[in-house]
Design a protein around this ligand. Structure first.
Ligand code: ACO
Length: 464
């Protein structure tokens, strides 16, 4: 960015305030200050100077932390449309260009060459591991895959048709009861053990939730298998016969997990950070993330996409369906489309669509009717002015459910698989936050619009 002097009036509209931008020398700090802005109360003439903080990539962020002190006002930004909640070194997204980097590495390169556990290690530690480091990490994850037998008994308390996300969220929260006294969030070794435990045990807990819905015995983890192959084995093996893991399936899961591993300050990751910022037990914070992920506007979209494709039924009904989507009085949305950050193709969706062709072909179901319907739906939507003008493109979830479905994973488990993969990102963000000596509790402010102070009325004197 150029540092020549310039001044820009951002808001000259009457009553409010003026925001001006000035250049200033770059200072060496954790995040450097590249510009200064001035925010002026036009009524009083009082001015606050705001630093624009520059990261390594992406737009600057105005430091407003002194605004209350200087001008006595809060900022208002429902849904965090323009607010950075933290500084982070983990993941970068350029939504206009459709770029996603984990620790600087393009997700396309990692998807083509890496493994899920290598990516998890990268997200947590910040650089690609050496052979020895990766082996040590894999061994530690493998050794932590079993869960306490008492924890497994919790599943007996759930009805057989409980949604697996509800069970997984509850059982992960219960891990806090098993690892409470032994968890000091200020101790780096404790944080590391937590990271390995939760990444290792999530597939075991997910598989137990699935087996519970089927009424089948739990299958214990096998340490001779890779992370993803072990998960498939715990899902699909039964004690009475041998189960052969399909390498196509294990490879597809590996790739999907890499693509889902992190996505900077998304709703569930921000939830993990917020819960964790109170000093809460990190297993409880991860459980909060699982719950936040479940919503259809977030990770629940993969399940909702297939329900939507079922509802549409055939290509002949797409027009009718899209008319409902575009009708503002109707709450129907095109699931798997749109994103808060991407205003271009989600790079993950492109990879997953290409993977759909490969996986379905290898499984001998290349003409899967749901995939064909999804392709036609995408093509029609991308030519429709409603979606074009709003820059709505397929997101990561538009095609992921089709692959999971082809691999025999039931719909209610799609978001659980997303949660297993995203645990790597949640852990990396929790670690980044918990190891920051300047960490503060996350506590947003509000614009209060309720009644002014008033006096209590005895019940006899109240009007209906
Ligand atoms: N179908 C129809 N219209 C849409 C869609 C959609 N999928 N997504 C956005 N829009 C429209 C909105 O109605 C709005 O139109 P308007 O300007 O006329 O009011 C405009 O596009 C902007 O949308 P917002 O809802 O304001 O965008 P926001 O950033 O708040 O929401 C979200 C992003 C939640 C992902 C949204 O696009 C959506 O609901 N998509 C469908 C659900 C989905 O696929 N979620 C998964 C996201 S990826 C992930 O979390 C893993």
């Amino acid at each position: 960015m150029s540092h020549e002097h310039f001044r820009k009036e951002v808001d000259e509209s009457g009553g409010g305030s003026i925001l001006r931008r000035y250049s200033s020398p770059v200072v060496s700090a954790k995040t450097s200050v590249s510009m200064k802005y001035e925010l002026k109360n036009l009524a009083t003439g009082k001015v606050a100077e705001l630093n624009a903080l520059s990261g390594t990539l992406g737009p600057d962020a105005l430091d407003i932390s002194h605004l209350v002190r200087d001008l006595g006002v809060f900022t208002y930004d429902p849904g965090f449309m323009a607010t950075a909640s933290t500084e982070s070194k983990i993941t970068y997204i350029d939504g206009d260009a459709g770029v996603l980097l984990y620790r600087g590495y393009p997700v396309e390169q990692l998807a083509a060459q890496s493994s899920f556990l290598e990516v998890a290690n990268l997200l947590i530690h910040g650089s690609l591991p050496t052979n020895a480091q990766l082996r040590e990490f894999q061994t530690s994850i493998t050794r932590h895959t079993m869960v306490n037998e008492h924890l497994l008994r919790f599943f007996q308390g759930f009805h057989h048709n409980a949604h697996p996300m509800a069970m997984v969220s509850a059982v992960v929260a219960s891990m806090a009861a098993f690892y409470h006294d032994t968890m000091d969030t200020h101790d780096p070794r404790h944080r590391e053990i937590f990271a390995h435990r939760i990444i290792a045990k999530l597939p075991t807990i997910a598989a137990a939730a699935y087996k519970h819905t089927l009424g089948q015995p739990f299958i214990y983890p096998r340490n001779d298998l890779s992370y993803c192959a072990n998960m498939l084995n715990m899902f699909f093996a039964v004690p009475c016969e041998a189960y052969a893991i399909d390498p196509v399936a294990a490879q597809a899961i590996e790739l999907l997990f890499i693509l889902h591993a992190d996505h900077e300050q998304n709703a569930s990751t921000s939830t993990v950070r917020l819960a964790g910022s109170t000093g809460a037990n990190p297993y409880a914070a991860i459980s909060a993330g699982v719950s936040a992920l479940w919503g259809p506007a977030h990770g629940g979209a993969n399940e909702a996409v297939l329900d939507m494709l079922d509802t549409i039924g055939s290509a002949a009904n797409i027009g009718k369906f899209l008319a409902r989507v575009k009708d503002k009085s109707d709450s129907v949305r095109l699931m798997g489309f749109g994103h808060r950050v991407y205003k271009n193709f989600d790079p993950r969706a492109k990879i997953i669509r290409a993977m759909c062709y490969r996986v379905l072909d290898k499984l001998g179901i290349g003409n899967d009717p749901l995939f064909e319907l999804a392709l036609i739906l995408e093509e029609i939507a991308l030519k429709d002015d409603y979606f074009v003008s709003r820059k709505l493109y397929p997101n990561v979830d538009f095609y992921s459910g089709i692959i999971y479905s082809a691999l025999g994973i039931p719909r209610s488990m799609f978001t659980v698989l997303f949660a297993i993969a995203r645990t790597a990102g949640w852990v990396a963000h929790w670690q980044e936050m918990a190891s920051d000596p300047h960490m503060r509790i996350g506590r947003p402010r509000q614009l209060y619009a309720g009644p002014r102070q008033r006096d209590y009325q005895p019940i006899a004197g109240r009007l209906a």
